[in-house]
Design a protein around this ligand. Structure first.
Ligand code: C2O
Ligand code: CU
Length: 432
């Protein structure tokens, strides 16, 4: 990594705009170039970034399950774009993938998204056009769908994790999609931080943290300090019962919700081979008596129950540096096919349950994301594991998933290390 490998993080929380939506009130998201202090203030200089409505991350969009989200994307960039609502089970034509589900929104034009998120949970939105660059430049934000009866907490805090590759003068390094990054672990920044809303906490309070990994390629192993609680949801979907926190690991695009009681100064760090790296902290002062109630289980979302799979497919991740030989035309491939094929990886009947082995034949980890659906990870003992939209498979490993393809349309299936996606690791499926 580069000289600026280790910088201090900003301890001051930045003010993130929040848009609370009610009953389908329309909101405009304006994609635009702006400058923002990304580095801590002791380092000079605003960074030129791309954001929404004047900030990076874009505004937090918050609504209730069952409410309609009406968003006009106004493209104020000098290039095309489109917005994907990551993890949301929605109508295919609202999924935000240029060429597959909609036309690219050219510079200066607009596109209206309108859908009703079916499931409460922690989601996010991001550019899905040259996303390895547009997301790295800042085009992402939180999308929070609240439960009808949210759990009893004092604060509900979305935490967007990201990393940045900055030059000595605090500007984004312009080497997006270089061959070395593509063939290795992707574009890893030399600076990382957690974007936290400006809340203050008291010891004894109960909080819900919604961790969102919005980095293009970095896996975040997160150390949480000053909190005692449990994980209650992964990728937006409630766990059957809360589990102890230990050390959460978030692949790009993954989310993790936890409910915890404040026991002292709250800090987030990244566990790094060169030592813990501070990501951000939340000021704590004062004391309130803690709750006696146990950490609650979130109400389940209504998802199709998997049947017995009639088909078992294999998706092999191939390519990259250090021996990833394959026949694909780009650096990465699925099953020897690089880039978006004209024909889908598979066609499914509506409501078909399918088992897919995600086999990583390469030397690098990949976070595989399926649009429009969640799927069960299958544990080594064959039981149904976590329910996710993005699953991390380490080099040389494989993971089976079970998915009910119940959402009609054309859905992307790709590595969410966005630099790997750019390097060819993407395909799509079609559900009748
Ligand atoms: Cu989060 Cu295909 O995207
Ligand atoms: Cu990958």
């Amino acid at each position: 990594m580069q000289r600026r490998d280790f910088l201090l993080t900003a301890s001051s929380a930045m003010c993130l705009p929040r848009i609370a939506l009610s009953q389908g009130a329309p909101v405009t998201l304006r994609a635009e170039a702006l400058t923002q202090q990304i580095l801590p203030t002791q380092y000079a200089g605003h960074t030129s970034v791309l954001g929404f409505n004047g900030s990076v991350p874009g505004p937090e969009l918050r609504l209730q399950a069952g409410e309609r989200l009406n968003v006009r994307l106004q493209n104020g960039l000098d290039t095309g774009t489109a917005v994907h609502w990551h993890g949301v089970r929605l109508r295919n034509e609202m999924d935000g993938v240029p060429d597959l589900t909609q036309r690219l929104v050219p510079a200066g034009e607009a596109f209206d998204y309108s859908f009703v998120p079916r499931d409460a949970g922690t989601y996010w939105y991001h550019s899905h056009y040259v996303s390895h660059e547009q997301v790295a430049r800042g085009m992402m934000g939180a999308l929070i769908v609240e439960e009808a009866t949210p759990p009893d907490v004092d604060h509900d805090i979305p935490v967007i994790l990201s990393d940045w590759r900055l030059t000595e003068d605090g500007q984004l390094s312009e080497d997006f999609g270089n061959r070395h990054d593509i063939a290795h672990a992707g574009r890893l920044g030399n600076f990382a931080k957690a974007f936290l809303p400006p809340v203050g906490l008291q010891v004894g309070q109960r909080v819900r943290l919604r961790l969102i990994n919005a980095a293009t390629d970095r896996i975040f192993p997160v150390i949480l300090k000053g909190l005692e609680g449990k994980v209650v949801a992964l990728d937006g979907m409630p766990l059957a019962a809360p589990v102890p926190i230990e050390q959460p690991m978030l692949a790009p695009a993954q989310r993790l919700d936890l409910v915890a009681d404040v026991t002292g100064p709250v800090a987030l760090e990244m566990d790094h081979r060169m030592g813990p790296y501070p990501l951000g902290d939340i000021p704590v002062s004062g004391f309130v008596p803690p709750r006696d109630a146990p950490i609650p289980t979130l109400p389940v979302n209504a998802l199709s129950k998997p049947g017995t799979p009639a088909r078992h497919l294999t998706l092999a991740m191939m390519g990259g540096a250090m021996g990833g030989a394959h026949d694909g035309a780009n650096i990465w491939s699925f099953n020897h096919v690089s880039d978006m094929p004209a024909e889908p990886f598979a066609r499914f009947e509506r409501n078909e349950t399918v088992r897919i082995t995600l086999r990583n034949d390469s030397r690098f980890p990949h976070g595989i994301h399926l649009h429009g659906h969640h799927f069960h990870e299958i544990r080594p003992d064959g039981s149904l594991g976590d329910f996710r939209d993005t699953t991390l498979v380490h080099g040389g490993n494989s993971r089976d998933i079970l998915c009910v393809f119940d959402n009609p349309g054309r859905w992307m299936l790709h590595c969410h290390m966005l630099t790997h996606q750019f390097g060819g690791m993407k395909t799509w499926v079609e559900v009748a």
